[in-house]
Each structure stands twice: as C-alpha cells, then as structure tokens.
Design a protein around this ligand. Structure first.
Ligand code: F6R
Length: 608
C-alpha cells in the first residue's frame, strides 16, 4: 500500500528518492515525505497529497544529504495530513513504514508512560519511539532496532536513518515486500524492484522476519533471531520496462491499448501455435487422475478474472470449482482436501489477503498454483507452481491489461486441466486454441470502437447510477465493468447476473438509469435478449455491448450500441473487457477525474 525507499550514497540523494517514489506512487498518494542527514543532522520535508506537492516543497527548501529515506502514503491510521505523513521522527531517528503495526496502542500507552510524546495519529510513530527508547537506554542503532523489532506485531516494511550516523541505513521486513538494491559504492532499498530500476538491476528480496544493515559498501542480512544470514542476489528485468505513458494521456489508456500485444505475448507463452495445443511451461502441481476440486481465491479485479476462470475450468476441465474473495476465504476455515488444487490470482503477487489464502491452503496440505504478474513477488515465491501473466508493469491503479492476461492464462489452464483429466478431446482443444489465437486480433478490432465508446461515455458521465448486466461468463465481466466505472469515475455502479434482474434490481429501472448489457452472441443470448426486453419495457436506457446480429435480432431501440466484431463465444470475455474498460476510462475523463490515481485507492494492497 504505502511505498518506501532509501538510499545511502556518495552524492545528494533527494532527487533520486523522488524518482524512486514516482515509481511507487501507484501504491498510495495521500501524502509523501523524505528525510536525509544534512551534515549529520536529520532534516525532513513532507507534504499532503500527491508527490508533486513534495517536489514543490523540496524546490523551495532543498535537501542535500547523502543518506535518506522516502515514503508515499496510503492512509490506514490517521487522516492524510502533513502531520501524519512519513517519515516519522524523534530527535534520534526517522522511519518510513509500509503496513500496519497492530499492537501500536499498547506500545504507545507504554511509551507515553515512559515520557515519550506522540504528535501524529499514525501507528508508525510508535516504531520511531520504540527504537528511540532503546537508544535512550544506551544502545547503538543496530542493537536498538534488534531489541525493538520483536515487539512489533503486524505487517511491516521499515527503513530507518539515524541522527549522527551517516554511514548506515537499516531496513526490516515482516509480511510486506522489501527489496535491497546494489550500486557502485552506494546501496538502495525499496518496496519493489521497479522503484530501484533506474539505479540498479541487482537486488535481494528480504524474507519475512529479515532485517538488513546497509552501508555504502554493501549489506548485512540478519534473520528474526538476529543471526547473520546469506540472501541470494538476483538480476531483475524491471529496468527493461520504461515506466512512461507513451503517447497516451494516462497510464490506464496506454495499458488498455497495450492489451492485444501483452495478451498475445501471454498466450504465446502457453500455446504451441504450430500444433494448436496448450503447452504449460511448468509442471502441474497435482495428480490429474485424483484431482478432486479446484478452489480459487483472489481480490477485486483478480477475483472477477478467477470467477470467469471458474466457468472455464468447470466447462473444459469438468471439475467442481469453488471461488471466494481472499478476505473471506482466509478466515472461514474452509475444509480443503489434499487432492484439491488452490489457484490464487494476483497482479502484484503481494495482496495480503490473497497471500494469507495461499498460506492457509498450504497449511491444509494443498498444492498452490498462482497466476501472477510479478515473478519475484511473495505469492510467486511461495507457490508450488507459477503461471505468469506477461502483462509487464501495470501502473494505472485500475487494473486492465493484468485482467485480460489473467483471463488468457486461466483459459489455457482450463484447457490443460481438461486434457490432463481426459475429459477434453484433442479436436476440441485445437478448436479452443485456434479461438484463443484469434483473441489479440479481436481485441485490436475492439479498440477501434474507441470513438463511439467515447461518445457514449459522455452521456454516461451524467448518470448517478449505472447497472451492468450479463449472463454466463459475461456476468463476472458485468461485475468488473461496474467496478471499473465506480473506482475511477465515482459513479455508483452495480453488476448483476441478467437473470437475477427480476428478483429485485428491476425496481431500480427508470428513464434515468443507464443499463449496460454485455451480450456476446453465445449459448444464452436469447435469454439475455429477453432480459433486455424487460428493461426496455420499463423505459431503461440500454447500452448494448454486442455484435450487429444481436442488435438486429433483438429489435430494441438501444440508447447506445458498441458494435463488437462477431466472434466465437468461448473466450469473448477477454475481448469484451476492452469496451467495458474504455467506457469507464472515457466516462472518468469526461468528468475530469484523476484516472490513474483515483481517490482513496492504492494498487498494491498489502494490508488487510
Ligand atoms: C481494481 C483493482 C483491484 C485489484 C485488487 C487485487 O481495478 O486493480 O481490485 O485487482 O486489489 O490486486 P492484485 O491483483 O495485485 O492481487
């Protein structure tokens, strides 16, 4: 959620801290701050709101220190004010934190009793005082951190800089990601490798419970017991990706337009184009003959991808699939049998609830297959098998290309499960694979509808509430379309299974209610058309996302029609996601909203 960085170097670090924070701003943008040592003394600059406010502050009051830490915040404890912005500091140190300190109240009471004075509403400030308290007893920084860390409960990635100690930075990790980067005579730390990509392509990920002492010459790793340990270095691909918007106004627009390419790249990773078969680049972590059921767990957009995956795995793999929000699954003590398979889906690979689902499944003896976009993420590292989505870094807070790449991978997995279980014929596999091969081209066609989508979006931007309807695999897509619209335009939107309409939501229909119907020409199209008739009969303003045949056969006077290319229906959700995303995007742009950084949101949700 929050992003943290640190640099210990041989030249002023403030501008590079800002550069790294820009790459982490997707994690939160409620406030930002940096602290450096100015001739051995701590100096801080903080600002409410986006990073550009901090940049303006630094232009007025520059910092020149060679060692420093930085933070971009997604508020959990305390409002998004400058006073609550990190770094939090005492006379001895400054600290930045990503995560939640669950026992902060009891620690604060204890420390207040010993004379510490708290000035913010955050949980983080207690860390600053806890370490300070140890230093007040005479401990040096390393010993003080060693004494304080075991007292912290919750999830955290921390970085400390100490007054009068220009030669060290200390970092710690428990449940929130943290990477250490290697330079020439300088060292870095950051919440992910992307943040450090401008400075280094060599990193080490801390393991849970690890902490690290950075100097200009290198790093010493300690485990939770304080023992010195070795941690492997790795080369990262992150620097290969340019994090810019290209010719687009927003990252979200760029990422929508990239989809034919990244979906094509992802499919090519899983398909053998010449034989027309699925070829998984990893061993399936289960015995196909005894596989009893599949359980899927994920959050938000990744959950909706999983929901579509459920339809496909049940249809092509003929195996029962259960799916749950990770935040529910992790606490409901679901019985899992060892012959089952757990699939977790996550763009970031760091979502706290999804990671907890994975760990729960493993504790029950299940094998876990993860569908993730970040190969070095915690979820990828803890899974028995990893099915990568090759979407590249997704910066827009609203997920787009990661979603369609997740769908592409789940489609391939469903076919592979069907084949492995002997329930899908070779001919059907070839037919499905040839449909998948056509998907990137159809997505490119769908993108050409942008002008008409933009026009429809203008009308949508005047709505107060919007309904999305779909049947079969279009139902989860209706949920996803509604989520996209609400998260970036702040218009209230609901997705419904079209057949459920008459069981309540139809009461909402009137002339002011836009109803977006996602209706590829599939096996249930006649039923969907009947549901559209029910809406039309009540004066609802229907916007059809469907092909011309559906529009003609239904003979409805649509308020708007996004004319989709005809296509075989099995994998239509991957293609139909494009207009759903574009509708949300253009509606938000028409309303003047901050599309890439919608209010209250952050991209990587590493807290519960
Ligand atoms: C919505 C969105 C979120 C994420 C969710 C899971 O556009 O991006 O709903 O899908 O927070 O994140 P990951 O996929 O990183 O686990």
């Amino acid at each position: 959620m929050c992003g943290i960085v640190g640099i210990i170097g041989r030249e002023p670090v403030a501008s590079r801290l800002i550069e790294a924070l820009k790459r982490l701003e997707y994690r939160g943008y409620d406030s930002a701050g940096v602290a450096t040592l100015e001739e051995g003394h701590l100096a801080r600059r903080r600002a409410e709101g986006k990073l550009r406010n901090l940049e303006a502050r630094l232009n007025e009051q520059p910092l020149h220190g060679f060692v420093g830490i930085g933070h971009t915040r997604w508020a959990t404890h305390g409002r998004p004010t400058e006073n609550n912005a990190h770094p939090h500091a005492t006379e001895r140190l400054a600290v930045v934190h990503n995560g939640i300190i669950e026992n902060f109240r009891e620690l604060r009471d204890e420390l207040t009793g010993r004379g510490h004075r708290f000035v913010s509403e955050t949980d983080t400030e207690v860390v600053a005082h806890l370490v300070t308290d140890e230093m007040d007893k005479g401990k040096a920084p390393i010993a003080a951190v060693a004494a304080a860390l075991p007292r912290l409960k919750g999830a955290f990635a921390l970085a400390f800089v100490f007054n009068g100690a220009p030669d060290i930075l200390i970092a710690a990790r428990q449940g929130a990601p943290l990477a250490i980067g290697y330079g020439e005579g300088e060292m870095f730390l950051g919440s992910d490798a992307l943040a450090l990509a401008p400075f280094t392509d060599t990193i080490t990920y801390l393991e849970d419970g690890d902490w690290a002492i950075l100097s200009r010459e290198g790093v010493e790793f300690r485990d939770a017991e304080g023992l010195v340990v070795e941690r492997a270095k790795q080369k990262t691909q992150a620097s290969a990706f340019l994090v810019d918007k290209g010719n687009h106004r927003h990252f979200m627009a760029k990422e929508i337009h990239e989809q034919p390419e990244v979906v094509g790249r992802t499919l090519a990773h899983y398909l053998d184009m010449s034989s027309g078969c699925v070829r998984l680049p990893f061993e399936m972590p289960f015995d196909a003959a005894s596989l009893s059921r599949v359980t899927i767990s994920a959050c938000g957009t990744a959950y909706y991808a999983g929901l579509i995956g459920k339809y496909w795995i049940e249809r092509f793999g003929r195996i029962p699939v259960e799916i749950d929000f990770a935040s529910e699954f992790r606490y409901r003590e679901a019985p899992l049998d060892a012959a089952g398979l757990m699939i977790v889906v996550s763009q970031s690979g760091e979502t706290a609830d999804t990671l907890a689902s994975l760990r729960y499944a493993k504790s029950q003896g299940q094998k876990v297959l993860s569908v993730v976009n970040v190969p070095t993420s915690t979820i990828a590292r803890e899974s028995d098998a990893v099915a990568l989505t090759l979407a590249g870094p997704e910066i827009g807070v609203a997920s787009t290309k990661a979603f369609t790449c997740q769908l592409s991978v789940l489609a391939c997995l469903a076919i592979a499960i069907g084949r492995a279980r002997g329930v899908l014929s070779a001919e059907r596999e070839q037919e499905l694979v040839s449909q998948l091969i056509g998907v990137p081209g159809l997505m490119a066609e769908a993108i050409k509808r942008e002008a008409s989508i933009e026009q429809i979006s203008y009308g949508l931007s005047k709505a107060k509430d919007v309904l999305y309807l779909g049947r079969g695999t279009s139902f989860p897509l209706a949920l996803e379309g509604a989520l996209k619209l609400k998260e970036i335009s702040y218009i209230h939107a609901e997705g419904y299974a079209a057949g459920e309409l008459k069981h309540g939501p139809i009461a909402l229909i009137d002339e002011s209610m836009p109803v977006i119907v996602i209706a590829p020409h599939d096996a249930v199209i006649e039923k969907t058309v009947s549901n559209m008739q029910e809406v039309a009969a009540r004066g609802g303003r229907i916007i059809l996302i469907g092909d011309d045949r559906t529009a003609a056969e239904s003979a409805i006077d649509f308020h708007g029609h996004i004319s989709m290319p005809p296509m075989p229906p099995d994998f239509a959700p991957i293609v139909y996601a494009v207009p759903a995303q574009m509708l949300a995007y253009h509606t938000a742009v028409a309303m003047g909203k901050d599309v890439d950084q919608p209010r209250n949101l952050a991209k990587s949700v590493t807290v519960e």
